[in-house]
Design a protein around this ligand. Structure first.
Ligand code: SF4
Ligand code: SF4
Length: 148
């Protein structure tokens, strides 16, 4: 859940979006709670998944009016063995192959993909994308790919 930082304009807030990978023993620990309470960081969990080997993956947006608090939070996570990767991947749509069928929108839980109600064309909002890759498999035209 995203928390507002009291008394500050949104433009004064530092935001970092990262992917966290953590081991089974941390899945049930209150790690996010401690980041909020002890490090005063606003947390927005964009995507969460526990893999078959019980490794957890989260795409998280961290926000704070003080960038150092985010760095301290990252140090805390690293001390627990959490792997932190900046989000550098990107979803790409091949506009020539896309037929605006909308199949990808039904699997996009973050609503990064939608169909324009007036033009019936696909709209992609990269700011909402959490890189879950569900749309890649849903597209019958293979018009969506991911870059690394
Ligand atoms: S990867 Fe595709 S399905 Fe997942 S959030 Fe991004 S646009 Fe939506
Ligand atoms: S599923 Fe593929 S063809 Fe259909 S709207 Fe999405 S990107 Fe376009």
């Amino acid at each position: 859940m995203k928390r507002d930082v009291k008394g500050k304009n949104q433009k004064d807030v530092f935001t970092k979006r990262v992917m966290l990978t953590f081991s089974r023993r941390l899945v049930s620990k209150p790690v996010m709670y401690r980041l909020i309470k002890e490090y005063d960081i606003a947390i927005n969990i964009l995507f969460a998944k526990v893999l078959p080997n019980e490794t957890g993956k989260l795409v998280v947006e961290f926000s704070s009016t003080d960038e150092k608090k985010i760095q301290k939070g990252f140090s805390f996570l690293k001390s627990l063995g959490v792997k932190i990767e900046p989000i550098s991947k990107e979803i790409i749509r091949d506009e020539e192959n896309c037929i605006d069928c909308g199949a990808c929108t039904s699997v996009c839980r973050s609503q990064a993909l939608s169909i324009d109600k007036e033009t019936f064309e696909l709209i992609f909002d990269s700011n909402r994308c959490v890189l879950c890759e569900m749309c890649i498999h849903a597209c019958p035209m293979r018009a969506i790919s991911i870059t690394f």
